[in-house]
Design a binder for this molecule. Structure first.
Ligand SMILES: Nc1ncnc2c1ncn2[C@@H]1O[C@H](COP(=O)(O)OP(=O)(O)OP(=O)(O)O)[C@@H](O)[C@H]1O
Ligand SMILES: [Mg+2]
Length: 935
């Protein structure tokens, strides 16, 4: 029978070469087996430490720690050191990778098979298949996995789809299946190529093996190439031969031996074979000491991570390890085939929490690759494209200047006056910074520029692969792609796929195979009704997915910089509603619209109208008044719904009510805000306040309050021209500015901003999405902040605002998509039960949230419940419980809140001068201090 030359066939061939050793024939002693298995174990230990799991030594670092520990005098990271710490004995692999991996894998798998034999009711085989025919010269059509369970056989293609089934086989047939045997299954003829361990099936690794890379030549080509000149081009440092070829400088740009130097890992021999065809000398790549001086330890680690990813070093390592743990009897050709699978992938996702300095890490990477490279010192990149939200274009420019000065590197930022054409004409600029919007508009020109590195800031927006921005960015030919995001990315497995596939196209196969192999089993295993077997399979697939993707995703939590930050005092302030608010609130709840909603009589969107009105009322009654008046004047919109809601409301307002002349005491929160601003101004005259609302109309009211009290302010919202944004931010952050308040619409323009000029942040209203609030709060408590940070979250007692807060912190609020910045409340579905709860006003309660905590305290003295363990409930992560990371910026859970200090406004022992001033209008406080020791 003749095999076709299809790539997958080539792989099938590789299985056949070495002789199959049936399970149980291994001559290895226990010790030997353990030693042989160790590399495998190390692999998973090493990788499990990566992105999603928390290192025990450093709670903030979720990634494998590849660097020497902090405090070591010289941070040199050569490949050998890296490999030994990282996973398996890579030295053996690099000396003679094919041989070493081959022999080890065979024995490892044998021993595993032995181990699994007692409970091995299910068996897995790698097979090749073709349609059944009587032809003499058959051609195999593809690789597949045969699952033998009891008397039934299932044939799965490498996309995970079932392509054949057979039942009713005799036990004897099942017993004697072995390599080389042919069988008929569901109209297909198959030939057994080898045994797959249940481990490799459950993890999904056996499916990965068969995938080709769109970016690379076929496996067969690769393998042929590999064996024609194995490692001939691998260079030795300063060998005679190399010196002849070498026209580059062979000296590192910076001294790798000075104390505290940060040296990138050297490429291993596989890498050299692939990328150093011209036999240049190996040169150490050393980060500019000017930068190293400023870098935090996690940033040094992040730079090494980014370097390894974009140089294609991490995935190659993985594939060698993987082949070792996976293959029963891979031939050397097979190994080359597998290693080739990971080629052509140079992407990374740096998902550090907000404020950890992702910008500086990228700047360091760009500057390093721009000037240096491991082969003859030749720079790795010439041009870099940075795509970022409009409000951050100038922030990037500023950060380049801050860390590298004006002389080292020339940056081109695209704006109204500086078009892409100018960048194209000039050879002066190696870096182009552009907003996502401008990028789309200039796509035709940008496509003609050869960029070597692409950085997408706030890149979670690429999670939808069908939106224009994503497709446009995908169309660029640049292979080295980095996504920066502070938002967790693994909450939704499909969005996760889109981001992964953007940075490393094809690494998870096609979307359909990804769904079959990973998504479906993982989701299935999380169903309460799933069987033990399904649970196990889902967990293994999730672990494998984490393991693979963890190689190029890095996320560290805020804790890594806590020690550099001042204390953060966070207070939730429950403000008593004003008399007018109470009356209007009750009127709204008694409206026909709300009643119809609760009876399920209105369309689903009607409840949004009711919620919107209640939220406006909480901010200030004048906002509701304006809406009612507007509705009276206009004839558009959902007439009935609004009429039913607003009926009789105007009668509650004084006859001569003028919304422009609103008073502070009409709104509980505004009263508190006004007093808060006054006390900060009085007691901390040099400190500034960031005041956040997500509504333009509310910001207008807050602006009016500033004007009335004579506070100097600036404002940034969705309407602020992009060209002015950085200027406004810089002005506010400057110690010379007299601005006291920064009015910010966080949703519309706040993402990624540094507002460290402010040390007090007041969240005037609450969003359904905790991520919106978290991201607003992160604007001030970040690197560079000099003062203790005070965060105040204002909520109107007993109202819908408390309910939204509870939803944020309850499990329900944490489920999946809710922590997604782009999801608005319109997407939230409510049951009638939930609506009933939302539309209940708890007029007599001091704090409904506290009532719900089952706390016995009366709130008269400071109280914090220490009885509960620090709970680790975090947002729902689709990769399963084992992959939950500890995000320090995650929303609180109810039980965590209980541990916060809490007390009523009547508390007699109140010492905090700010709270003392506002207590009259406050029914309850929750307070928590992070980092008190840095005070
Ligand atoms: N090593 C450092 N020393 C001092 N300041 C630093 C350091 N690294 C970063 N910073 C400063 O910290 C602030 C936050 O950095 P940056 O904007 O890069 O954070 P980020 O990770 O991109 O956060 P976000 O997800 O919110 O965009 C910036 O003002 C930056 O200049
Ligand atoms: Mg940023």
């Amino acid at each position: 029978m003749r095999r076709s030359a299809a790539p997958s066939q080539f792989q099938g061939n590789s299985f056949k070469k070495p002789k199959f050793v049936p399970p149980g024939r291994s001559a290895l002693s226990l010790n030997e087996e353990t030693t042989k298995r160790n590399p495998d174990i190390k692999l998973f230990q090493g990788i499990a430490n990566n992105a999603f799991l928390q290192s025990q030594n450093d709670p903030g670092i979720c990634s494998s720690n590849l660097l020497p520990t902090e405090g070591s005098t010289r941070e040199i990271n050569h490949g050998d050191k890296y490999s030994s710490k990282y996973c398996l004995e890579a030295s053996a692999v690099t000396l003679d990778p094919l041989l070493a991996v081959h022999s080890a894998s065979k024995e490892v798998t044998e021993s595993k098979e032995q181990e699994e034999k007692p409970d091995s009711l299910v068996k897995y085989f790698s097979v090749v298949w073709c349609k059944a025919s009587k032809k003499k010269h058959k051609k195999w059509e593809g690789d597949a996995i045969l699952v033998v369970k009891g008397m039934s056989f299932t044939l799965k293609d490498l996309e995970g789809k079932d392509i054949g089934r057979g039942i009713g086989y005799k036990f004897r047939e099942f017993e004697k299946i072995e390599e080389g045997q042919t069988l008929m299954i569901g109209g297909k003829e198959i030939e057994i190529m080898g045994v797959i361990s249940s481990d490799d099936f459950n993890s999904g690794r056996c499916f990965q093996l068969g995938r080709g890379s769109p970016a690379t030549p076929s496996f067969s080509q690769a393998a042929r190439k590999c064996f024609s000149k194995p490692f001939k081009s691998v260079c030795k440092l300063n060998s005679k031969e190399n010196r002849q070829n070498d026209f580059q400088s062979c000296k590192p740009r910076h001294d790798p031996y000075t104390p505290n130097s940060l040296v990138m890992p050297r490429p291993d021999k596989n890498h050299q074979w692939m990328f150093n065809k011209n036999c240049f000398s190996l040169v150490d790549v050393v980060i500019d000491p000017h930068l190293v001086h400023h870098l935090r330890p996690h940033q040094k680690e992040g730079i090494i991570f980014l370097y390894e990813c974009v140089m294609g070093m991490r995935l190659r390592e993985y594939c060698l390890l993987n082949s070792q743990s996976y293959c029963l009897s891979l031939s050397s050709v097979g190994i080359a085939v597998i290693s080739h699978r990971m080629n052509g992938r140079y992407g990374a996702i740096l998902a550090d929490e907000m404020g950890l300095g992702k910008t500086l890490q990228c700047i360091s990477l760009i500057w390093t690759l721009q000037c240096q490279g491991p082969y003859g010192g030749k720079p790795v990149i010439k041009k870099t494209l940075i795509v970022t939200p409009g409000s951050l274009v100038n922030n990037w420019r500023k950060e380049f200047k801050k860390w590298l000065g004006n002389e080292r590197i020339k940056i081109f930022t695209v704006d109204q006056d500086h078009k892409v054409e100018e960048f194209i004409k000039s050879t002066f600029y190696p870096v182009l910074i552009i907003s996502y919007e401008m990028f789309l508009r200039s796509l035709d020109q940008i496509k003609n520029i050869k960029f070597d590195l692409l950085i997408c800031d706030e890149g979670h927006r690429l999670k939808n692969s069908t939106i224009k921005t994503t497709t446009a960015l995908i169309s660029l030919s640049c292979e080295k792609r980095v996504i920066l995001t502070g938002t967790p990315i693994q909450n939704d497995l499909q969005e996760f796929f889109a981001l992964i596939d953007f940075v490393n196209p094809g690494i998870l196969g096609s979307l359909s195979s990804y769904r079959k192999i990973y998504e479906e089993p993982i989701i299935m295993s999380r169903e309460p009704s799933s069987s033990e077997e399904e649970k196990k399979l889902g967990e293994r697939r999730a672990a494998e997915l984490t393991c693979l993707t963890g190689l190029f995703i890095l996320r560290r939590t805020q804790e890594v910089i806590n020690k550099y930050l001042p204390p953060k005092i966070e207070t939730v302030v429950f403000c008593r509603p004003g008399a007018l608010q109470i009356e209007l609130y009750q009127k709204l709840l008694n409206s026909q619209a709300v009643r119809f909603c609760l009876q399920g009589l209105l369309e689903n969107s009607a409840h949004l109208l009711c919620i919107g009105a209640l939220k406006k009322l909480c901010n200030h009654p004048c906002l509701l008044f304006s809406s009612v008046k507007d509705k009276e004047c206009s004839s558009t919109g959902d007439e009935n719904g609004e009429r039913n809601l607003y009926q009789g409301l105007l009668n509650v307002f004084p006859a001569d009510y003028n919304p422009l002349l609103f008073t502070e005491n009409e709104s509980g929160k505004l009263q508190v805000l006004s007093k808060l601003l006054a006390v900060i101004h009085e007691l901390r005259p040099t400190e500034k306040v960031v005041l956040v609302s997500n509504y333009t109309q509310t910001l207008n009211i807050l602006q009016e309050v500033c004007q009335r009290h004579g506070y100097a302010y600036v404002r940034l919202d969705g309407q602020t021209p992009i060209s002015q944004r950085q200027h406004i931010v810089d002005g506010f952050n400057s110690k010379y500015s007299s601005d006291f308040v920064f009015l910010l619409s966080s949703k519309a323009g706040g993402i990624g901003l540094n507002l460290i000029g402010g040390s007090h942040l007041i969240l005037y209203d609450i969003d359904w999405n905790p991520a919106t609030d978290i991201q607003a709060m992160s604007r001030v408590w970040r690197d560079g902040q000099k003062y203790p940070v005070h965060i105040y979250r204002l909520l109107t007692t007993g109202t819908i605002e408390e309910k939204i807060y509870q939803r944020q912190i309850s499990k329900q609020g944490l489920s999946g998509t809710v922590v997604d910045l782009t999801k608005a409340s319109e997407h939230i579905q409510f049951s009638v039960e939930e609506l009933k709860n939302l539309f209940t006003f708890h007029e007599s309660s001091h704090c409904v949230t506290h009532d719900l905590l089952d706390c016995e305290c009366t709130g008269e003295i400071d109280h914090a419940d220490d009885s509960l363990e620090k709970s680790a409930i975090s947002r729902h992560c689709q990769l399963g419980p084992h992959h939950q990371k500890s995000d320090s910026l995650k929303p609180l859970s109810m039980s965590q809140l209980k541990q916060w200090k809490h007390f009523s406004g009547d508390n007699l022992n109140l010492t905090d001068p700010f709270l003392k001033r506002i207590r009259d209008n406050v029914s309850f406080f929750f307070q928590n201090i992070t980092n008190p020791s840095t005070a």
